[in-house]
Design a binder for this molecule. Structure first.
Ligand code: BDP
Length: 696
């Protein structure tokens, strides 16, 4: 089994009693509507139930007990007669109900919603109940998304390379589009719909204006048409200089009348291909991308100009706040806030400012971004990275739900205790009208989609948390494991635990205690704490760890860069002193002496070593846990994960030894007794990281 089927395997339910119970409650299917969305819902049920129950589900009429009824009150009269209006209104356009009910005197199961897409989401949820062996006789489920725009960001280039993609090439085969609709596009849309993802940005944030030409728009239309039945909207990245590059204008100044008209016309053209086009995602004035500041204008000027171009058709602009410049003589962690906070309230209603979870860049651990909570008049959209750019890429098993939850559950304190980042993002804290969450996709054309089989769990958990951020990491892993592998408890318990621990394990062997951005010179893969003298100081490692003979860490308190001042007083109080700062952020906010005593009673140096060694040792334990699960997994998937865990163990030791040896040159203290000595010298590790390609 190569993992292609993701969590939508629909394998035969092994538990006979369960299967019989399901069959008794699924005597037939009643579905009156025939829209494209209801058609795919029906197909999914038919295929899914045939696999799960080994028997086809037939279309039937209402006169048998145990039927499944699918539809909206608008298109299905029996559902209308159930008087669910009050319940449904509360669920909004995408929520759904799944009910065990008496319909015309007979027992039935009803899946309903205000829209066909809601019914489709309910259908996937219902299938999940069977896939995870739940009881379906007393159902009373209602579910609605907490966030409106749940969007994947593909950093896919038109030549099919994927920036920070580790699962092969782009799944978009631009060459064969528009005429060839690969089955992968359909399976991609199915997978997304099954977890409630309702949007996809097809192209890289480092944008290419070519995508806006008619030659490409016709291909975009083909994808949008394929995705539409699944409730998946298409968005594109907009290259800010496109009016110059392709429109022949002399400027891309957002306040220039010709530029405005150019974008209006371009938007109208896009809508002529894709009538429900979602809008634009923009990276501007960041890492060399063009933007409004090239013309002395602000981010708000740029975003508003594009927002006006798409507003009439209901489009939105997602304007990224990932900006920093090495010419700005300030802590990189402060720059986004410094630039964006003063613009609060200046954006059009159809603009979301898209903010990465932390202030630097998708590190294994960062504190939440200080913009969350700081822009009450501007809807802020969360950007998580699903692809594991800094998390061991596709060879490391790292389940990211704990990382996402850590950020979402973090308390901004802006309206007193309990003002979590999640409440900012879901709009409840500042009454945002527009809400969104983006995940940078880890999907490529590898047969298993995500390179590492367990990368599928990160796609899965992103969708689930965008729908409902209150779900626990454990619950989401449980669902995923049951659907991807088996319902056997002896498999589920240890593997679930291993997944939940995996992110902390990675933090320990890469960047414990608040360290960050210490990776290699020309890749974001292995260790490179020694990196200095690059073309930009904020791309080096020494800029971030500031190790010296006295100590280590970035002082971001008032005695240092004072990035801490960008957070609310409640956060400042907690993070402002080493003694009260959570240890996981100690070296993020403080420069600490090597013999500083941490909570364990050890010196900082000893603790740092202990963490590096613990992280590496835990990968060894992961290998054992996986080995013990062999009986439950087919040979191909078992060996795939097994081999990758072996690689991960080597990499964990590489990180451990390289970092410990390097930091030891400052600390001048021995590696604590009981810990094995690194087998190589520091010089060996430094030479492992040749400066091949200039860049970051
Ligand atoms: C960094 C990546 C770079 C992206 C950039 C971004 O290294 O490839 O273009 O973020 O988010 O993480 O724009």
């Amino acid at each position: 089994d190569d993992g292609y089927r993701l969590w939508q395997r629909y394998d035969f339910v092994q538990d006979q009693a369960k299967r019989q119970a399901y069959l008794a409650n699924l005597t037939g299917l009643v579905i009156e509507g025939n829209s494209p969305t209801l058609t795919v819902a029906r197909q999914e049920l038919v295929t899914g139930l045939a696999g799960l129950l080994g028997k086809p589900l037939r279309l039937t009429s209402l006169n048998t007990a145990g039927v499944l009824i699918l539809g909206t009150p608008q298109n299905t009269s029996v559902i209308k007669n159930l008087n669910l209006a009050v319940k449904l209104t509360a669920l909004g356009p995408e929520g759904f109900l799944i009910l065990s009910a008496q319909v015309q005197g007979k027992k039935a199961t009803v899946i309903t919603a205000n829209s066909d897409v809601g019914v489709l989401y309910g259908t996937f949820h219902f299938l999940k109940l069977l896939q995870t062996n739940q009881d379906i006789t007393q159902l009373n489920i209602s579910s609605a998304p907490k966030i409106q725009r749940r969007i994947l960001n593909h950093w896919d280039n038109l030549d099919r390379t994927v920036e920070r993609g580790y699962a092969g090439f782009s799944i978009w085969d631009w060459h064969k589009l528009p005429d060839y609709i690969d089955q992968r596009y359909i399976d991609y849309a199915r997978a997304n719909a099954s977890i409630g993802i309702n949007g996809t940005v097809l192209t890289n944030v480092n944008a290419n204006a070519l995508i806006l030409t008619p030659q490409y728009l016709v291909k975009v239309k083909a994808l949008a048409d394929a995705f539409r039945p699944y409730g998946l909207k298409v968005y594109l990245t907009a290259r800010f200089s496109a009016p110059v590059e392709m429109g022949g204008l002399k400027t891309a100044d957002p306040l220039d009348a010709q530029v405005k008209t150019w974008w209006k016309n371009k938007a109208a053209e896009i809508y002529s291909y894709v009538p429900d086009f979602g809008g634009f995602l923009v990276k501007a004035n960041s890492e060399g991308q063009p933007g409004p500041q090239n013309y002395g204008r602000s981010h708000a000027d740029g975003a508003n100009m594009l927002a006006d171009a798409v507003a009439e058709k209901g489009g939105i602009v997602m304007w990224r706040a990932f900006v920093y410049d090495n010419k700005v003589p300030d802590d990189r962690a402060k720059q986004a806030y410094t630039e964006f906070k003063p613009l609060d309230g200046q954006f059009r209603k159809n603009v979301l400012v898209q903010v990465k979870n932390g202030p630097i860049d998708f590190q294994p651990r960062e504190p939440f971004h200080p913009l969350f909570g700081a822009m009450p008049q501007t809807p802020l959209m969360m950007e998580f990275q699903i692809t594991q750019e800094y998390l061991g890429q596709a060879t490391n098993l790292v389940y990211q739900a704990p990382l996402y939850k850590e950020t979402l559950d973090a308390d901004t304190h802006v309206k007193g205790a309990g003002s979590t980042v999640a409440k900012v993002v879901d709009g409840s804290l500042h009454q945002y009208e527009l809400t969104g969450m983006a995940g940078v996709a880890n999907i490529g054309n590898d047969r298993n989609w995500t390179g590492h089989l367990f990368g599928q769990a990160n796609w899965y958990c992103f969708g689930r948390l965008a729908w409902d951020h209150t779900l626990s990491s454990e619950k989401i892993a449980d669902e995923w494991l049951r659907m991807t592998f088996t319902n056997e408890a002896t498999f589920l318990n240890p593997i679930n635990k291993m997944m939940r621990q995996s992110r902390e394990t990675l933090v320990n062997y890469m960047t414990p205690l608040g360290l960050h951005h210490i990776m290699g010179y020309s890749h974001h893969y292995g260790p490179g704490p020694w990196i200095k003298d690059k073309q930009r100081a904020d791309w080096t490692s020494v800029y971030y760890h500031k190790a010296s003979p006295e100590g280590i860490g970035f002082d971001r308190t008032v005695t240092g860069s004072n990035a801490l001042a960008q957070y609310a007083p409640g956060v400042q109080q907690q993070f402002g002193k080493p003694a009260t700062c959570p240890e996981e952020f100690l070296l993020w906010f403080h420069h600490v002496k090597w013999d500083y005593k941490v909570k364990s009673g050890r010196s900082l140096w000893d603790e740092l070593c202990q963490r590096y060694y613990r992280g590496a040792a835990e990968v060894g334990q992961m290998r054992q846990t996986w080995q013990a699960a062999q009986a439950y997994v087919d040979a191909e998937r078992f060996n795939h994960v097994k081999m990758l865990l072996l690689i991960q163990e080597k990499e964990a030791r590489w990180w451990r030894d390289a970092c410990v040896l390097y930091f030891q040159t400052f600390a001048q203290r021995p590696i604590p007794a009981g810990l094995e000595k690194p087998s190589q010298t520091l010089d060996y590790y430094v030479k492992q990281d040749p400066k091949f390609v200039p860049g970051n």
